[in-house]
Ligand binder design. Sequence first.
Ligand code: LRH
Length: 489
Amino acid sequence: IRSGQVAAIDLGATSGRVMVADIGPGRLELEQVARFANDPVQIWDGRRTALHWDLPGLYNSACAGLAEAGRQCDNLVGVGVDSWAVDYAMLREGRLLGLPHHYRDERTAVGVDAVHEQLSPVDLYLRNGLQFLPFTTIYQLAAEKASGLLDVADSALLIPDLIGYWLTGERGTERTNASTTGLLRTDGRWDTAMLEQLGLPADLFPDIVETGSTLGPLLPAVAEHLGLSPATTVTSVASHDTAAAVAAIPMDPESAAYISCGTWGLVGVELPAPVVSRAGWKANFTNEVGADGRIRFLHNVMGLWLLSETLRQYERDGYRADLAELLAQAAEVTTPFDVFDTDDQTFLAPGDMPARIRSWYDERGLRPPETRAETVRVIVESLAAAFADGVRQAAELSDTPVQRVHMVGGGSQNRLLCQLTADRLGLPVLAGPVEATALGNVLISARAHGLIEGDLQAMRTLVAAQFPPHVFHPRTSRTMAGDAVLAST
Ligand code: LRH
């Protein structure tokens, strides 16, 4: 066992950070060295303004963070990169062809139609085991066909793989993130027959690289520019942020469900093998690959996006929104409201969220929230309801006897959300760690560098010891099945 530190570049949909971890047997210390905004850019493309990620800007900020990490560490041995899933950049002869599209860009609708003309949604599900999300890579690529870019590109890289390529000059498609593209069969291989049927190039993405493998050392010029040792290597960690988070959840997957709650709320269980059934298709449950070959059987709930986009609107309206204050006011709301369907695609795009929520109620003749506190309350209530449904369905569809629910990510700091979720399920919610994604990133990196050893269970034990969760006990005796509602307080 060696000693040293590893750095994580963790890119979220609203902000990115560089974290440093000092890890060894029984030791896990995590520190943030840089945090930066991730502000998508709207750019005129000749026909419309399209929503893109500012990848060069993010890379620049990440590099500044790595340089700072190097200054703070005595032996920085490695770097791992994770980000949101599905999005990709196109390249020709190694050079970037324009900024990657944001998955919330509206261009994907034509792609969905084009794919479903060739393959029915259920047939597609039986091939790739993924829930329907209109922005999955397969739909984005199908939409891309019209742009002509596919004729020019000779390769494509998922976002963390692009950062890894810029750092090392090496290309690969990391396994966990590859599993979100819809381009793999449930056996983990590229579905070349399907790509051919859809008229998409079969060799656009580089070969799959396994989670935890070494991508390569930093390019000499990069190492010099950042003041890092040229021996520093980049590990292909669980580069899908959700896979990294799940790897670090201090849970026993045999009896626990999880909610990885950031921009999205990913609700599910961890399984040894995919569950691909008609019932799973109907419930829109996905089989994504996790660290060490586990399956993340989960459903995407709209997540904190509903809240952050609401706050953004309040600021546009000239109100200086303070989340903590609004949540405190929301907790005091006693008027009962129906919950709204957080899965409704109308909430996907950026824009005026409170107005869209109000219309959702109006269109159904239901009483809409009026005040800011009421709006925040219905969002949190509706998220808790969607989380509870997700947990129940995950348990049922996978035959997992769920006894507790782990909430990690930013949502674990939202006490109202944790409590309401516990109440709706009648199960304890164990909140934290908030930085599960970065922890999963550094743990896999540290293991690859020989700083720690062991399986996922060993890593989770390390997390549990250093980051004991905060327990929210249910205030009702409601059962998992959702019947018998008896308030005990
Ligand atoms: C969460 C996440 C999620 C994907 C979405 C695109 O950040 O990676 O797992 O479905 O972003």
